[in-house]
Design a binder for this molecule. Structure first.
Ligand SMILES: O=C(O)CCC(=O)C(=O)O
Length: 228
């Protein structure tokens, strides 16, 4: 018996897998890299970094935009509710090919709750423009144009998204979203997805699910390098 999930099968949407590291060693080797953790921690001033989630994204030709958003806006289940992200292109990227785009300096505009659809909103920049107006800023959009294997790091408050893929090329990317090595579950704000990993009566994050990639004291979750 089979069925078609029209939202998932629609040819004009970006396909997304979350936490592919759990089922693919190549993805795991990439997103759980020590250097990604170190640089994310340095970017946010954390004593270390652990994985929050990864994404594998595939935007085929003619796929619609991804709405501009702040990653920190989705972190109310984490204390501190902060992210830093490493986005890695798997194909050469081009401004017309739906590559990642940043609103320059937008990490200084404050944090706003997410409102617009992530996948294929009618106006992918609506939320970002409203935040810019509140901050008295003029949005400047910077496309991430890199060869395959290149990428960029962004602060969890940086507004980012990607336009429609107006080219005939596929645009694929793998993304490591990190949080502080000190992160704990919010005691009462238990998220729908990640609440499944929270033990009753504890706010501790288990390294089996949120391994530590790098810490300034030299610690790294042992199983990442083959330890127990
Ligand atoms: O690759 C994209 O189109 C969006 C990626 C994104 O939202 C992210 O890396 O946080």
């Amino acid at each position: 018996m089979g069925f078609v999930n029209r939202d998932r099968e629609a040819g004009d949407l970006t396909r997304q897998i979350c936490n592919a590291w759990k089922s693919d060693r190549t993805i795991a080797r990439t997103v759980l890299g020590e250097r990604i953790g170190r640089w994310c921690a340095m970017l946010r001033g954390w004593p270390g970094a652990r994985i929050n989630q990864d994404n594998v994204l595939w935007k085929p030709p003619r796929a619609r935009p991804v709405g501009f958003h702040q990653d920190d806006g989705y972190q109310s289940w984490v204390v501190p509710p902060e992210m830093a992200t490493c986005w890695i292109a798997l194909d050469d990227t081009h401004p017309e090919g739906g590559t990642l785009e940043y609103a320059r300096g937008s990490h200084r505009w404050g944090l706003s709750p997410p409102e617009v659809e992530f996948h294929a909103p009618d106006d992918p920049m609506q939320e970002m423009r409203a935040a810019a107006a509140r901050a008295g800023a003029e949005p400047e959009i910077v496309p991430v144009v890199v060869p395959a294997g290149g990428g960029a790091f962004h602060h969890g408050r940086t507004y980012h998204g990607s336009g429609a893929n107006r080219s005939e090329r596929h645009r694929r990317a793998v993304v490591a979203h990190c949080m502080s090595s000190e992160a704990r579950f919010h005691p009462t704000n238990v998220g729908y997805v990640y609440g499944r990993y929270k033990r009753v009566g504890s706010d501790e994050m288990d390294e089996s699910f949120f391994p530590i990639l790098w810490r300034e004291d030299g610690y790294r979750t042992p199983f990442l390098d083959g330890g127990a």
